[in-house]
Design a binder for this molecule. Sequence first.
Ligand code: NAD
Ligand code: 89Y
Length: 343
Amino acid sequence: MAELRGALIGCGFFAVNQLHAWRDIAGATIVAICDRDPDRLRIVGDQFGIARRYTDAMALFAGESLDFVDIATTAPSHRPLVEMAAQHRVPAICQKPFAPTLADAKAMVKACTDAGVPLMVHENFRWQSPIQAARAVLDSNEIGTPFFGRISFRSAYDVFSGQPYLATGKRFIIEDLGIHILDIARFLLGDVSTITTRTARINPAIAGEDVASMLMDHASGATSVVDCSYATKLAVEPFPETMIEIDGTDGTIRLVQGYQLTVTGKSGTRVTDVSPPLLPWTSRPWHNIQESVVAIQQHWVDCLAKRTEPATSGADNLKTFALVEAAYAGAASREPVQLDTLL
Ligand code: NAD
Ligand code: 89Y
């Protein structure tokens, strides 16, 4: 297959990882970049040797012949940019959170479906190698049928210095980080029917909630607890590790700090180091997230080649995004929220 020609819109903090990852992926090249901030455009264009640069996305679509666009801006611009891609019949990847509201996300899925173009949300946490290792254990049936899960992310890492907008939004941890952890819960235990949520703001310097505890019923009958915090000071800072406990009819999975995976099942107990690899351009502690960027972008290229739907397609991500909306609604009402009322 000929090399795919892609463009990246949004050359900020996280986009640098996406551009490094594109360099590692065979079959696709980023031929043009766009950012409305000329300084970011220059810095990133020079760093990655990309000469074709635009400050306006309309001009990018008009000026380039593209096989896909990779949208790495923050949520407020996602809907207009995805709709622009659909208008130009260009397949699109959109960073999480998919959109500011579920209504926007649904409109974006419809625009791409109507235009007949693939849409994938860059929901990368499920692509982290430790999470994939846990999924592989479930697929092997070693622990039987899961009936309980706890997916946990607790940290006090300063995410605000790299991403200052996280301190100012009315919504914080569920929309920014919890979305990944909720997606991992769906990935491991299946779709969710009901969610009950409690939130708190511990850090007085931020506008949104930095603690969220969620209890979920899965359609399979399993129960899960998803708990997230950016107010948890630990002896050894675990950022950005997600811890996992799954109990099944024949055994258990435990993914603990330090990327140690313990599986007790039909063939006894096995402890494995599932640390993510340190790639030449990645650095600790972000390497876990950075490596998953390569995996999800490779998945996109594979799906375009095979004309198959990406695992985290726009349509799939509506179910993760609905959990975010349901969590905020349930935190406000202190009542359980049924997901089928939103989807
Ligand atoms: P950022 O503010 O550093 O960068 C965004 C860039 O987009 C800025 O340079 C801005 O000028 C540009 N931009 C915004 N609107 C634009 C438009 N309409 N046209 C052209 N350029 C535009 O933000 P960031 O921290 O890089 O985050 C970007 C997205 O990545 C967010 O949605 C964030 O949640 C997500 N993110 C994902 C992960 C992950 O692991 N998946 C990690 C961090 C951030
Ligand atoms: O924006 C967030 C994300 O997607 O992963 C971690 C993060 O950078 C901070 O919470």
